[in-house]
Design a protein around this ligand. Structure first.
Ligand SMILES: Cc1cc2nc3c(=O)[nH]c(=O)nc-3n(C[C@H](O)[C@H](O)[C@H](O)COP(=O)(O)O)c2cc1C
Length: 180
């Protein structure tokens, strides 16, 4: 089975996940900006990974704009965010990204965060989110405290178990295609 991994990454953690998965399943790898509809017929399985900003999986809309051309393909999506993976968090991301409209397998991964290395725009957005939460009585103070902590301390949550899971699924789909 021919597999393509497409990714959208700001500070590298999504790219690292995409690279590791691509290496393990011998897939081709493309940043989203180089992903064109004309390459889709070359693949049986297409995986998209995007980082999360304000509960939106970045690049997902551009990727899914080509969804009609992926008819009959196996399509997997993963996100790389700061929030810990959980059933509730996964459901929220599916809902806020309207992922349930599509026939895709979705995996929520935790990425990495290094405030000092972010572009200015992202640093300002991050600061603004903290300020907004601080003025919202509904926000759990623990969440704010965690965000302030990660702002001051680079952190990497590389999720090997999820990477292994995605690799296993791609290999299983490949086997299914080969025996069809
Ligand atoms: C402005 C901004 C907003 C973010 N919003 C979220 C969010 O809503 N949920 C989340 O889980 N992570 C959020 N993050 C954390 C990133 O998704 C996380 O650091 C991710 O691993 C970055 O991936 P990358 O290294 O591929 O760019 C945010 C980060 C920034 C800079």
């Amino acid at each position: 089975m021919r597999t393509l991994i497409v990714y959208e990454s700001q500070s590298g953690s999504t790219k690292k996940y995409a690279e590791d998965i691509a290496k393990a399943v011998s897939a081709d790898l493309l940043p989203l900006k180089k992903f064109k509809a004309k390459v889709i017929p070359d693949y049986d399985c297409i995986v998209f990974g995007g980082w999360v900003r304000g509960a939106q999986i970045m690049g997902l809309n551009d990727f899914l704009a080509k969804y009609d051309a992926m008819e009959g393909k196996d399509v997997l999506v993963f996100s790389s965010g700061l929030s810990p993976a959980s059933e509730e968090g996964r459901k929220q991301l599916i809902s806020s990204n309207i992922l349930d409209l599509y026939h895709v397998r979705y995996y929520q991964l935790q990425g990495s965060f290094d405030y000092a290395k972010l572009p200015l725009k992202s640093r300002l957005m991050f600061d603004f989110s903290i300020k907004r939460m601080q003025s919202d009585p509904e926000t759990d103070p623990l969440v704010i405290q965690q965000l302030v902590t990660v702002k001051n301390t680079p952190i990497n949550f590389y999720d090997q178990a999820k990477v292994d899971r995605i690799i296993a699924v791609i290999n299983k789909l490949s086997l299914e295609r080969a025996t069809k």
